[in-house]
Design a protein around this ligand. Structure first.
Ligand SMILES: CC(C)(COP(=O)(O)OP(=O)(O)OC[C@H]1O[C@@H](n2cnc3c(N)ncnc32)[C@H](O)[C@@H]1OP(=O)(O)O)[C@@H](O)C(=O)NCCC(=O)NCCS
Length: 157
């Protein structure tokens, strides 16, 4: 099967109207499969509409297989979600998305990329360390479902 990887950014409400339903439904399904604190369709929609959101996804054919949802301000960009669906993991998709987030930050004169991650999420922590993120601190018992700590990480760019 030919893989077609496309990086796209939805910039305007106009674009959202054209493409959104299918993509938001894909993201909603993935959210429900992989996160206890998953975003609903309406949360995904309002995030995409927000003027300071920056969102990237990778499609295989017409299906989203990996995405990264971020929010930016004048100083930094924060990664809120990053996911690759199970049967496409370990192929460098998340690394590619992080490269693109970093590129966006550099192009927009931002100083840092930051995020928080559950301390038990070893694959994500490895991913961020591989990309040069450092641990800034902990938020104790941050995740209510599991009572686990959040690790705060960032990378200067
Ligand atoms: C974390 C996640 C996004 C990684 O996606 P991916 O596309 O498989 O990642 P990549 O193929 O780009 O992997 C890059 C690096 O991440 C780390 N990594 C990824 N999966 C790993 C695993 N199962 N165990 C240990 N390290 C892992 C490794 O350092 C890897 O580099 P390597 O292949 O040279 O060892 C994916 O596992 C996922 O979607 N998890 C569920 C959602 C989640 O927890 N998201 C993060 C919190 S919001």
């Amino acid at each position: 099967m030919n893989k077609v990887l496309i990086f796209e950014k939805i910039k305007s409400k106009f674009e959202i109207k054209k493409k959104s339903k299918k993509y938001f439904t894909d993201i909603e399904k993935i959210e429900k499969s992989y996160f206890k604190n998953f975003w609903s369709y309406n949360q995904i929609l309002s995030h995409f509409i927000s003027s300071n959101s920056h969102n990237l996804y990778i499609k295989l054919g017409d299906k989203i297989i990996s995405y990264c949802l971020c929010i930016a301000n004048d100083e930094f960009i924060e990664i809120l979600k990053i996911v690759t669906i199970q049967n496409h993991r370990g192929r460098g998709f998340a690394i590619s998305l992080l490269d693109k987030v970093e590129e966006f930050g550099i192009n927009n004169s931002l100083k840092r990329v930051c995020l928080e991650v559950d301390e038990t999420n070893n694959s994500a922590i490895n991913l961020y360390k591989k990309k040069g993120f450092r641990i800034d601190g902990l938020r104790k018992k941050y995740y209510r479902n599991s009572n686990t700590n959040a690790v705060l990480m960032s990378k200067n760019i």
